[in-house]
Design a protein around this ligand. Structure first.
Ligand code: PDD
Length: 287
């Protein structure tokens, strides 16, 4: 069964707090018409922001990459206000932020003098218990564009991949490009081989995950060697552990991998994943 999701009561749209069903954008909004917008999802543990600066920084970097002139950091107070207005001040939650280039007659080039459309809302998330999950995942062809480093609202290829996984009862996809694992449909991938951790380099083929970068820092603290190198499907036989990371996923081990109809991997170990989960838990739950 697909997980049940709910609308937030209230959203922030262009400076106003509105009931979710009263918040409207123009049909000519470029995020609606062209997917011409950037988004972020930033977590709160017990109502406390975690890595908010890094999330706003990535939002700013992505906006700059597509020349949307907007100060991402100006949203910081609104992000926090969203949490308190939603009554999530001491709960686990996340804030969705979307910056669209704005409303303009449809063109393939960037229109001039357009006012950005800002949408933001808080929603509760179950962040507890991630350490008890163990995911079965599906290998899917990475059919996305060549700028996966940009956190664009145009997520159709990710959505198509994930629908294939979820409708077949899998928890997530592992995407492959020319036989190499890139990332999940909404997560980053880590592989453990010979006690070393491998993850795809932060180039245009993946989104540079904030959780990914934090996990790389944790590995350094724990003296676990990390190699930013793509792993090929044929290397799976040598892999002992695989885990996925993401803002709402946190750190979840991969139990099995299926490719088409065939089981191509079953987890052999879990030691490194468990060590990382433990320190991740301590850091995110620090009072
Ligand atoms: N997804 N890769 C992709 C394609 C993603 O969409 C995400 C996050 C990640 C993990 O990034 P981070 O650690 O910064 O969350 C990797 C978000 C949560 C989403 O689309 O809802």
């Amino acid at each position: 069964m697909k997980p049940q999701k709910y609308f937030p009561d209230e959203v922030y749209l262009n400076g106003k707090w509105l009931k979710h069903d009263e918040a409207c954008v123009s049909v000519f909004d470029r995020a609606f018409m062209l997917g011409d917008g950037i988004y972020e999802v930033t977590p709160f543990y017990y109502g406390k922001a975690f890595l908010l600066e890094a999330h706003l920084n990535r939002l700013q970097t992505c906006l700059n990459k597509i020349q949307i002139d907007f100060d991402a950091f100006s949203l910081k107070p609104t992000v926090k206000e969203a949490i308190s207005r939603a009554g999530l001040g001491n709960k686990d939650a996340a804030v969705y932020i979307q910056v669209s280039r704005g409303v303009a007659p449809r063109t393939h080039y960037y229109p001039e003098k357009v006012k950005t459309t800002i949408l933001l809302y808080a929603f509760p998330v179950t962040l507890e218990g991630f350490e008890n999950k163990n995911w079965d995942v599906l290998v899917s062809e990475d059919k996305r564009w060549h700028r996966c480093d940009i956190k664009s609202t145009a997520l159709l290829a990710n959505v198509m991949a994930n629908e294939e996984a979820v409708s077949r009862g899998f928890n997530e996809n592992l995407l492959i490009r020319k036989g190499y694992f890139t990332e999940g449909s909404h997560t980053s991938i880590f592989f453990v081989k010979y006690g070393m951790v491998f993850t795809h380099p932060a180039n245009n083929d993946i989104l540079e995950g904030i959780t990914r970068n934090f996990v790389i820092e944790l590995c350094a603290e724990l003296d676990i060697e990390v190699k930013e190198k793509a792993v090929h499907v044929d290397e799976l036989v040598e892999i002992d552990e695989i885990f996925l990371t993401g803002t709402t996923t946190q750190i979840v081990p991969v139990n099995t991998i299926t490719r088409v109809e065939k089981r191509v991997y079953t987890a052999k170990k879990d030691q490194i994943t468990r060590r990382l989960q433990k320190v991740f838990f301590e850091r995110t739950r620090a009072k």
